[in-house]
Unconditional design. Structure first.
Length: 594
């Protein structure tokens, strides 16, 4: 029986604003899943943070003639604002630029070294004579030697998804000044992926039955086609985590190596913040815990191959370095439900061209639940999808407003008017009434099965299908007409619809938390379905950083059908959703690319 669920969410690079493709790719599905698991009564730990040390941050700092610290802090604070507005319930959204993360990352490094999975070697790395320094891989672009993509990064191709050998890049160029770099020799530490390959392959084969095809294709498929090789985990940098070895001044841990360690370090930081330093072990040890990693498809190799290799190679040594009394290996990922990409109006999203729907900008004009809804019904779970403003308009008006919002509003309003704000006594239910309630109750099993498999689109579709069934039921029973001649029949119909809506409120709550909370209040409930988010300020040896946190206290939501009783006091409702004017379609399209 699963008791603890670790929800690990991709760490955004703190160098750019977040757009809808990022949100539907990783951040929103993680929150939907976490909220559902909390409703199931499982102990959830949802963690992530800003990736502060990636070369994208130093590239932007160079361009802006400022410091990486300033760039990271600016975008990190932007992320906190967006995620809070969007209702993402991180138990901790922190940063890789913390003393805790430095310490945990260095301990993983030392654990791998102790267990014999690290080695040093000299390699050729791109050096820019014009800048008199070695260039991090993301400072160099060129043509992919595998697929021919002309704008591949020197360590990974975004088009074919393959990890690349920087030295084999065709026509390399510096992103800083466009000059042609040259290869020079430098010494680095390597993770011996070849030695870890048998364990990684065994791990992946154990998950073949339920992992998504795209994840298996970019992990097990690529390993079987081309064996793993040692990969450098240090770089010549001055912004990042120092290598914990003597004589290695001026070198830092490679960002791809240390950023994934953030899932572990954030769990440990959260434990310290709640005053229980070892609480993280509940999620990182033992068979009653499952870890899910929500990422985009461009991050599959790092989470499905390299991170499991790091965890396997660390063995019990990490626990020993942490001083735990009963050292044990760290849990490997249970699932990596990576999404494909979302495009925009039939074009690839491009921040540089402003061809994007930016999260914070969107929320200045629209509410968060319509965004969450559209990004879920359009979520790229198995293939790339497309944001289309006309489609967004119709989904909002035809589905959120017409199918669900109007259903809840008209039944509650009708009840409050004719039964003095109280749930009416239905008397004896008919077979039609019982059939509708049975369908909705069955929905808890159906939706749960889809959610557990991380099929979020299908889960939401089932919830909305049931809302349609309630509308059909009301069309047949027509309490608005029956009230004139048979108030008892109207009461029975209204009670049945209210009970169904009260259940649907729970089924839809992970997707539509803001309006579900409002609806929960209309049903006369004082306690919220979920806890509250808040932004905290944390200080350590590296300074002060803000973090998004979640307080579960007071949450009353349970994954179970309604127990609505006759006589319960109701509150006069207000519309849950706003009907949009068709003019927004062209207005929003005109904003693109400008």
């Amino acid at each position: 029986m699963i008791e603890n669920v670790l929800v690990s969410v991709a760490w955004p690079y703190a160098n750019a604003e977040i757009h809808v493709g990022n949100i539907t790719g990783a951040y929103l599905p993680a929150d939907i899943f976490a909220r559902y698991q909390r409703l199931r009564g499982r102990k959830v730990l949802m963690v992530s943070g800003s990736d502060s040390h990636g070369t994208p941050i130093t590239v932007r700092a160079d361009a802006e003639k400022t410091t990486p610290l300033e760039v990271y802090q600016r975008y990190h604070n932007s992320f906190l604002d967006l995620f809070k507005e969007l209702g993402l319930t991180y138990d901790l959204f922190t940063s890789t630029h913390t003393s805790n993360h430095f310490d945990v990352s260095q301990k993983i490094f030392l654990s791998l070294q102790k267990n014999g999975y690290l080695y040093t070697d000299r390699e050729l790395q791109w050096y820019a004579p014009s800048q008199k320094r070695f260039l991090p891989d993301r400072y160099v672009e060129g043509t992919c030697y595998i697929c021919g993509f002309e704008n591949a990064r020197s360590d990974q191709c975004d088009k074919c998804g393959n990890l690349l050998d920087p030295a084999q890049l065709i026509n390399p160029r510096s992103k800083v000044d466009g000059s042609t770099p040259e290869l020079r020799e430098t010494e680095h530490t390597y993770l011996d992926l070849g030695k870890l390959q048998p364990a990684v392959v065994e791990f992946l084969k154990q998950r073949e039955s339920y992992w998504r095809p795209n994840v298996l294709r970019q992990s097990l498929g690529q390993i079987l086609a081309d064996n793993l090789h040692g990969r450098a985990i240090t770089r010549d940098l001055d912004w990042g985590i120092p290598v914990p070895l003597e004589g290695w001044d001026g070198k830092c841990l490679y960002v791809w190596f240390e950023a994934v360690i953030g899932y572990l370090s954030a769990s440990i930081e959260w434990s310290k913040l709640i005053g229980k330093p070892d609480a993280w072990t509940e999620w990182w040890h033992g068979p009653q815990s499952q870890a899910y990693y929500f990422i985009g498809k461009d991050n599959i190799p790092f989470h499905a191959v390299i991170w499991p290799a790091q965890l396997t190679g660390s063995g019990k040594a990490f626990d020993e370095l942490m001083g735990l009394p009963n050292p044990a290996p760290l849990n490997l990922p249970y699932d990596v439900p990576a999404n494909e990409f979302m495009n925009l109006e039939n074009q690839k999203i491009s921040g540089s061209r402003n061809w994007a729907v930016w999260g914070r900008d969107f929320l200045t004009r629209y509410d968060p639940d319509p965004l969450r809804y559209y990004l879920t019904v359009n979520m790229p779970e198995s293939k790339d999808t497309d944001w289309d403003w006309e489609d967004f308009f119709h989904r909002n008006n035809d589905e959120l407003v017409a199918t669900w919002g109007n259903l809840a509003n008209r039944v509650l309003s009708f009840t409050c008017k004719h039964w003095e704000n109280k749930v009416p006594d239905p008397g004896e239910l008919t077979d039609m009434d019982k059939d509708l309630l049975a369908q909705v109750e069955k929905g808890f099993e159906t939706v749960a099965a889809e959610m557990d498999a991380v099929h979020l689109r299908a889960a939401l579709a089932e919830g909305m299908r049931l809302a349609t069934e309630v509308n059909k039921y009301l069309d047949q029973t027509a309490p608005w007409s029956a009230i004139k001649t048979d108030k008892a029949a109207a009461a029975r119909s209204v009670y049945t619809a209210l009970k169904a809506i009260d259940s649907l409120k729970i089924l839809l709550a992970p997707f539509l938390p803001f309006t579900s909370e409002r609806l929960n209040g209309f049903f006369g409930n004082d306690r919220p379905l979920f806890g509250k988010q808040y932004i905290d300020t944390i200080s350590d040896d590296l300074g002060t950083h803000a973090a998004l946190r979640y307080d579960p206290d007071g949450a009353s939501g349970k994954w179970e059908p309604s127990k609505l009783e006759p006589g319960k006091e109701l509150v006069n409702p207000q519309p849950l959703f706003k009907k949009l004017d068709a003019s927004i379609i062209e207005e929003e399209r005109k904003r693109l690319g400008h």
